[in-house]
Design a protein around this ligand. Structure first.
Ligand code: NAP
Length: 323
């Protein structure tokens, strides 16, 4: 089969299309003929530092965390899937390829009415949102949520899901076009962080949960903005991970400061997320309360161009590779 390999640590040019051995499903896995694969910021980090997760994870040299396609082989007795089913799945690497094997618990049926490209844009961002906002931060109806990087793949889906569940949303982003987009998807206040100080704009809002991927000087501002019993969840620290925090904010307001990495979580943790996502989130697609936003697609062999676009940060929503 054809696959995109990270040939060495480096820029988008190290991504090369090569021949690879077609994988075979082990027990309780399905083999998916991949039709589309979502691109994530994490793929860039993997490309820059391919050994970051050690050799334990499969296909360390082939990036890609989410795929959509057709089940070609099923290797379990009582599988809920059969050959020919259209599915999307969370994979722990190896997605930029014609075939991918995945534990069937991490496969979901493609929501009605969505094509492969749209479906491939969902698993990584929805699992991340569910794990961090709902399982960890226990975000509830009628609370309020701020997402930094509001037009990232994660941001766009997190904001839509929160709005659909009756949570008021706030977001920051880095261009006027992004701000207009955020208002169109129902964000109460969208802050152009290059022109305004988000802490100043939001100082009178009551924020319960903040999802942050920026870190650095955002951290103390986030802690100051949270109301008592608020929760700050970091899923990255793109500006800086080294921060001197004002612990008094945490102590005096009974705040929770947490974070996580989805990729190295045990399969049982991911399976529980998948189960809850299918029950709680999948119906929101059917009810047309949320939808995928695919900004641009590229053929698999142009994965480097897709990474260039993602690194420019000019996109809104998701970038997808098609096969
Ligand atoms: N921990 C986990 O398990 C997990 C899982 C999935 C994703 N993530 C993280 O969540 C974030 C979103 O992922 P994604 O794939 O949806 O990313 P994405 O679509 O590439 O979006 C990232 C956005 O962050 C904004 N940003 C803000 N400050 C930035 C900075 N200092 N450097 C670069 N970009 C900055 C950029 O938009 P503007 O600056 O223009 O607003 C950019 O478009 C990433 O940081 C990713 O690593 C973590």
């Amino acid at each position: 089969m054809k696959a995109i390999f990270i040939t060495e640590a480096g820029g988008p040019e190290v991504l090369k299309l090569k021949e690879a051995e077609k994988p075979s499903p082990t027990e309780n896995e399905v083999l998916i003929k991949v039709k589309a694969v979502g691109v994530n910021r994490s793929d860039i980090l993997t490309r820059e530092n391919p050994d970051a997760y050690g050799d334990d994870l499969p296909s360390a040299q082939i990036p890609g965390l989410e795929v959509a396609g057709i089940v070609e082989e099923v290797n379990s007795q009582n599988s809920k899937f059969k050959v020919g089913d259209k599915v999307c799945a969370l994979v722990a690497g190896g997605g930029y390829a014609e075939y991918s094997c995945v534990d069937e618990r991490l496969c979901l049926p493609i929501p009605e009415g969505l094509n492969f490209t749209e479906a491939a844009s969902l698993p990584e961002v929805i699992f991340t949102v569910w794990f961090n906002l709902f399982q960890q931060a226990k975000l509830k109806k009628e609370e309020s949520l701020l997402i930094h990087g509001g037009t990232s793949g994660v941001g766009v889906m997190g904001l839509q899901i929160a709005n659909a569940l009756g949570i008021s949303t706030y977001a920051t982003a880095g261009s006027s076009e992004k701000i207009d987009f955020l208002k169109k998807i129902g964000v109460s206040k969208a802050i152009h962080y290059k022109e305004e100080d988000f802490q100043e704009v939001l100082k009178d809002e009551k924020l319960d949960v903040i999802l942050d991927m920026v870190g650095g000087d955002y951290t103390n501002k986030n802690l100051k903005l949270l109301q008592p019993k608020g929760r700050l969840v970091n899923i990255n620290a793109m500006k800086s991970a080294e921060v001197m925090i004002d612990l008094w904010q945490v102590i005096s307001k009974n705040l929770i400061l947490t974070g996580s990495l989805l990729k190295p979580q045990p399969v049982e943790v991911k399976a529980k997320i998948a189960e809850e996502v299918e029950t709680e989130i999948w119906p929101l697609f059917k009810a047309e309360k949320i939808k995928p936003f695919v900004y641009k697609t590229f053929p698999l062999e142009k994965a480097g161009e897709a990474h260039d676009l993602m690194e420019s940060s000019s996109h809104i929503g998701k970038i997808v590779l098609e096969l």
